[in-house]
Structures are given as structure tokens and as C-alpha cells.
Design a protein around this ligand. Structure first.
Ligand SMILES: [Fe+2]
Length: 256
């Protein structure tokens, strides 16, 4: 059964973390399609500092692909509507794994988001965020940059299984300032798109049922830009991915 987007609910992440009743209500509503937005989880200045760091990494080192497996290095790569992807997309991705060094201690900063993600799934709060994979899955912080003029992702739904019901997303750009058109959407039952980016500010974290049809409309389609300008839309996904050799969990599915 397909789940569609319903209402947007704003909440304070700290008020939910140690309250099992609030967690179970959040779980129930996310399963039904509500979109939860935690306001200002991260200071915008910190988000911009990380964005600037990634921009410099992207400008000054070669993009490369690595499969998701234990011990994989942090890496960045470009995906330009790659035919081999389960979901066709055009973006630049920077992946971080919990077993590697990183200058911003990103997994420490991400801990509370992963805790909520696990709790609403019904898992122990620190599941999957240790230094080694568990049950064929590993945490991955996936920064995604969608350049103006070409960045986007086809409508799809992501697998909901024992490992997750939502893939939290940190908003790292401001729609209306960093870009004007396109960006992240989640679809309602009547086909109307919820403009997720327009409902958020830099530093907010969005939680929604990964089964909801969602995608990224081309960012500022009439604007030309170059990859290395890094002008467009930035987000961070708090992912838990199956390792390359795990066939027990389904792949993401395109819906076009
Ligand atoms: Fe997705």
C-alpha cells in the first residue's frame, strides 16, 4: 500500500527525545504520512561552515565512487542521471561513514537525529551508529548538492524495513535565497506536491515516511551554473544503508 504525504507538524526535537509517549505518537503519525519538521536543530552558521568545507573538498579533489562496505573511505562523487542508479538523479554526493575520521565530528553532531530515527522505528536508540556495521547495515551521512540548472532526482520511494521508517534530512540551503524554484517535494494522495524546502529554514531536520513518493524537482531550471560553483541546493541525509552484499533489504524504487 502506498503512503502519501499528509500534514506538516513542527516540533522541538529535544522535547521528544526522552518522552516515549511523544515518540510513539510521532511514529504513528509518520507511518500515516505526516511530515515532522524539527526547527533549528543545528545553528545555521555551523551548517554554512560545513557547506563551505564540502565545497572546497569538491573543488580540490577528484570525485570517485566506492561501494558501501565495511571500512569504505569517506568519498565524494557526481551522479549525472547515471543509468546504473536505482533512482535517476543529478547531484554531487559526499559520504561519511562512522569508522572514519572527520574534522567536524559529524556523527557526534548527528547522534540525536539517529536516536530519534531509531526510536520511531522501534529500535534501540544507538543501533547502527557504532564504528562497525550491524545486521548488514551501516550509518552513512550523505551530503547532497543539487546544482542550479540541472540538479534533481526522479520521484521514488525508499525501502521501509526493520532498519528504518524515515530518512531524516537536514536543510542546508534556504529556498527563496539560495535557489528560487524546484527542490524537495513529497506527494499527497491527490497528486499535489508538498514543497518541503519552502516550509523549512537552514538547520531544520525533516522526518517523513520513506515510502511516501518524493523527489527533487530540477533546481532553478532556467539558470545555468557550473558544478564547481556549488550554487544550488544542499541537504544532508541521515541514512542507514545496507552494505553492498546485503540482499535482504529492497532497493529504492522509481515511480515514474
Ligand atoms: Fe529518497
Amino acid at each position: 500500500m502506498t503512503v502519501f504525504a499528509r500534514d506538516i507538524c513542527y516540533f522541538n526535537q529535544e522535547e521528544v527525545l526522552d518522552h516515549p509517549k511523544k515518540i510513539s505518537l510521532m511514529k504513528e503519525k509518520i507511518l500515516a504520512g505526516d511530515i515532522y519538521i524539527a526547527k533549528r536543530v543545528y545553528p545555521p552558521e555551523m551548517v554554512l561552515e560545513i557547506r563551505d568545507y564540502l565545497k572546497r573538498v569538491g573543488q580540490n579533489s577528484l570525485p570517485n565512487y566506492h561501494p558501501i562496505e565495511e571500512g569504505a573511505p569517506n568519498f565524494h562523487r557526481m551522479n549525472i542521471w547515471d543509468e546504473r542508479s536505482y533512482v535517476k538523479a543529478c547531484f554531487h554526493q559526499f559520504s561519511f561513514f562512522p569508522w572514519n575520521q572527520d574534522v567536524f565530528a559529524l556523527f557526534d553532531k548527528a547522534r540525536d537525529v539517529y536516536r530519534i530515527k531509531n526510536l520511531i522505528t522501534g529500535l534501540p536508540e544507538n543501533k547502527f551508529i557504532g564504528r562497525t556495521p550491524e545486521e548488514g547495515c551501516a550509518a552513512r551521512l550523505s551530503f547532497q548538492f543539487y546544482p542550479k540548472g540541472s540538479g534533481g532526482m526522479n520521484k521514488h520511494s525508499d525501502p521501509v524495513d526493520h532498519h528504518q521508517i524515515a530518512v531524516p534530512m537536514l536543510i542546508m540551503s534556504q529556498k527563496g535565497k539560495d535557489f528560487m524554484k524546484g527542490g524537495g517535494f513529497a506527494e499527497k494522495e491527490n497528486g499535489i506536491k508538498v514543497d518541503v524546502d519552502a516550509a523549512c529554514e537552514i538547520g531544520d531536520v525533516v522526518y517523513f515516511n520513506a515510502q511516501i513518493p518524493h523527489g527533487v524537482d530540477i533546481v532553478d531550471p532556467a539558470t545555468g551554473s557550473r558544478w564547481l560553483d556549488f550554487e544550488g541546493r544542499w541537504i544532508l541525509l541521515f541514512a542507514i544503508n545496507k552494505l553492498a552484499d546485503n540482499t535482504a533489504i529492497a532497493n529504492a524504487r522509481e515511480l515514474i
